[in-house]
Design a protein around this ligand. Structure first.
Ligand SMILES: OC[C@H]1O[C@H](O)[C@H](O)[C@@H]1O
Length: 341
């Protein structure tokens, strides 16, 4: 009973607007006919590899004029975009170049009424080349460009005012000072901090730092199975959840086709999946986070939060890229009403 009362207070406390911070990227999405090219390019399937501008161009050259499309991307930006589509007031902090890629990213954020705090640089805007395997798994070759220049000094002092949540992507680890300072400031301003671990290889390469950040500054932690395994030193399922649950108030372990596990203090909730016909997993985790945070903002029980995460995630993997059209969002919204009841 006491736990329920505490949880109720907790939920009321965290209602409101969401600010995101992440790499401002434009995705170039290419559908592969086979995985062979991933070996040729030395890109481990499912990972995110950072590349320089020259290599990014080489990758595009090697892929030739295959079927490609463009969408604004960036993990945290995708989550914020999802929340904005559901009517949540949002903001986003990132850095773009003064070029057509940057314009494309800015317009997409502004179109959704996201208050883009987009700083500009003379460098090229960042791009993520998403290579989509025939089984729908995506692999990234990411050129960060201007995005990598976002620094701790760029965080405006009053940026957190009026926001209740701060959502950050693990891909930002290239700038540890930025992450630490932003999370400390966000919490000082009373925001709840959520972090998505981003990619298993990012976790492996930055393990000590990410463990420190999660245990010191994160309230809500999102991880898929591979990321959780890297983060916990090889643990799976409930063991991994317990390990991560000691560090954050709410921990979400996404288990792909097996659904997700959510831990809040001593309570563990299991959530199933929503059936989908996947063609591209780009943005699946980002949209799960959007659905889950939406549920928290609406004071829904954790099970429903997870169901909303699963709903958005299932829908985005049926399209190429991390963005969905109005028609799809209309279906999602009516399904949300049904789930909320
Ligand atoms: O999580 C998916 C996103 O991460 C990468 O950063 C891409 O931009 C993509 O949109």
């Amino acid at each position: 009973m006491q736990l329920l009362v505490c949880y109720d207070i907790y939920l009321k406390e965290i209602m409101g607007k969401v600010l995101g911070m992440g790499n401002a990227l434009v995705d170039i999405l290419m559908q592969l006919e086979s995985d062979a090219v991933l070996n040729e390019l030395s890109l481990p399937k499912g990972s995110m590899q950072l590349v320089d501008g020259e290599t990014a161009n080489k990758v595009l050259q090697i892929l030739g004029n295959g079927k490609s499309s463009k969408a604004s991307g960036g993990s945290a930006a995708n989550t914020i975009h999802g929340l904005a589509n559901l009517g949540i007031e949002t903001g986003f902090l990132g850095k773009i170049g003064r070029d057509s890629w940057g314009d494309f990213f800015r317009k997409d954020m502004e179109f959704k009424n996201i208050s883009p705090l987009l700083l500009e640089s003379d460098s090229d805007s960042g791009r993520a080349i998403a290579l989509i395997s025939p089984d729908s798994e995506r692999t990234f070759a990411t050129y960060l460009g201007a995005a990598v220049e976002l620094s701790a000094a760029d965080i405006p002092t009053d940026i957190f005012q009026g926001y209740a949540y701060f959502h950050v992507e693990g891909y930002l680890v290239q700038n540890r000072d930025l992450i630490r300072k932003a999370l400390v400031k966000a919490r000082k301003n009373g925001l709840k901090v959520s972090l998505d671990l981003a990619s298993f290889n990012v976790v492996e390469d930055n393990l000590a730092f990410l463990r420190e950040v999660v245990s010191d500054h994160v309230d809500i932690l999102f991880a898929n199975e591979e990321e959780a395994r890297s983060f916990t030193g090889g643990l799976n399922n409930h063991e991994a959840l317990d390990y991560m649950g000691k560090m954050a108030e709410i921990t979400i372990l996404k288990k792909g086709s097996e659904g997700s596990l959510i831990k809040h203090f001593d309570t563990v909730v299991k959530v199933g999946v929503v059936q989908a016909k996947p063609i591209d997993t780009t943005g699946a985790g980002d949209l799960y986070a959007a659905g889950f945070l939406y549920g928290l903002i609406k004071s829904l029980p954790l099970e429903k939060c997870g169901q909303l995460g699963a709903l958005l995630s299932a829908s985005v993997i049926e399209v190429i890229g991390p963005k969905m059209d109005e028609e799809r969002w209309a279906v999602i919204k009516s399904e949300i009403e049904r789930i909320i009841g």
